[in-house]
Design a protein around this ligand. Structure first.
Ligand SMILES: Cc1ncc(COP(=O)(O)O)c(C=O)c1O
Length: 384
């Protein structure tokens, strides 16, 4: 029996979602852009999913643009703003702990002549709001702020950031990929201009996501060549994937508060066990607000990738840093931004719980972990 504790990398598909997707694959052969009855049925399914996603985030359906995932949604937002008319050479602002799908396009735009200011975080991962104020005073084209950091789970003060952006008239992009389904993300309460999300972190399918574009904001399209998505995103939409996203969004909206409480209880059980049984550990973001499902722990003197491999051998899936970076033994940029040394950053393991986990699994992990950590620590000390 495997114990999957890597829900920030991706989540298992829910049965209800798989069934809805299978029905869409089988029963909806039409192109949603076509004028005939097959097209109309496909279009109705697409629009139903748009309503379900809009309801999850408190937006209007017409504001939801379907994409191939959050990476594409972030590109559409960033390039869409930077390539809009009159934006040439305009400044950009972002937190220092953005996901690479925001950080790397921003770095590319900086190379093209858009001055970029990164707003620092403190040692708990909390955003420096005074530095944000200073950066916003220069009236940048856009501010990007991740809602919940994917590696540490630390939350940004999105309401405070949104308020400041509004005061300065600066549009705000929030990557809410890790927050959706785990926290209330309500654009009717927090004035975010652009919001990115992904189905596969919500127990939906991989390869589909969305960008919410509030209030008809003009964005240069990232993908050109067709009128789909009101001209914002060309290409025949991934209808089965989008239907799956819609069902996943609806289930997440209905179940979120209960699920978040269950996950927080499992996460806390795990941390209490680790703190009691394993010496030399430090919880990342201990003084910050953190996602209910995420526990990031530094094991002093332990190479995290070796511990991850040892746990995998025992049937437990966790990760060292972000999934896409795992295996590379690169220190996590998010932990470096929090002032950790490269060695400390390479000793951090992320445990992320979700659907399918229970207390017995956490206890099984806690029974294994002290010995595995001791073994990996001894091997690292011998090799050092
Ligand atoms: C915060 C965040 N943003 C964006 C992404 C990318 O999402 P996708 O895999 O849908 O492109 C991820 C996934 O790891 C993420 O955690």
């Amino acid at each position: 029996m495997r114990i999957y504790l890597d829900h920030n990398a991706t989540t298992p598909l829910r049965e209800e979602v798989a069934e809805a997707m299978a029905r869409a694959l089988r029963d909806l052969p039409g192109n949603p852009s076509s004028a005939h009855a097959e097209g109309a049925r496909a279009r109705a399914a697409l629009e139903r999913a748009r309503e379900q996603v809009a309801a999850l985030v408190g937006a209007r359906p017409a504001e939801v643009v379907f994409t191939s995932g959050a990476t594409e949604a972030n590109h559409l937002a960033l390039y869409g703003v930077a390539r809009a008319e009159g934006a040439r050479g305009g400044a950009l602002v972002a937190s220092a702990v953005e996901h690479p799908s925001v950080a790397e396009p921003l770095a590319a735009l900086a190379d093209e002549g858009h001055p970029l200011t990164l707003v620092p975080v403190d040692e708990e991962g909390r955003l420096d709001l005074a530095a944000l104020d200073a950066a916003l005073a220069a009236r940048p084209l856009l501010c990007a702020c991740i809602w919940a950091q994917n590696e540490t789970g630390v939350l940004s003060p999105v309401a405070a950031v949104a308020e400041r952006c509004r005061e300065h008239g600066v549009p705000l992009l929030v990557d809410a990929t890790q927050a959706l389904g785990r926290l209330p993300v309500r654009l009717d309460r927090v004035p975010v201009d652009l919001l990115a999300g992904s189905a596969h972190k919500l127990n939906g399918p991989k390869g589909v996501g969305f960008l919410v574009v509030r209030g008809g904001r003009a964005l240069a399209p990232w993908l050109r060549g067709g009128p789909q998505e009101r001209g914002r995103r060309a290409g025949t939409p991934n209808l089965p994937g989008i239907v799956g996203l819609g069902v996943a969004a609806e289930l997440a909206a209905a179940e979120m508060p209960a699920r978040a409480a269950e996950q927080a209880a499992l996460r806390d059980r795990l941390w209490e066990g680790i703190a009691a049984k394993v010496p030399g550990v430090r919880r990342t973001g201990a003084g910050a607000d953190v996602l209910p499902n995420t526990l990031n722990v530094t094991f002093a003197g332990v190479a995290a990738d070796l511990l991850v491999a040892a746990l995998d051998g025992e049937g437990v899936a966790v990760s060292a840093g972000a999934a896409c970076a795992s295996g590379a033994a690169q220190p996590s940029p998010a932990l470096l931004a929090m002032g950790r040394s490269p060695d400390e950053a390479r000793s951090a393991v992320r445990f992320s719980v979700g659907l399918g986990n229970d207390a017995a699994q956490i206890d099984a992990l806690l029974a294994l972990l002290p010995d595995l950590v001791a073994r990996v620590r001894a091997a690292c000390a011998a090799g050092a």
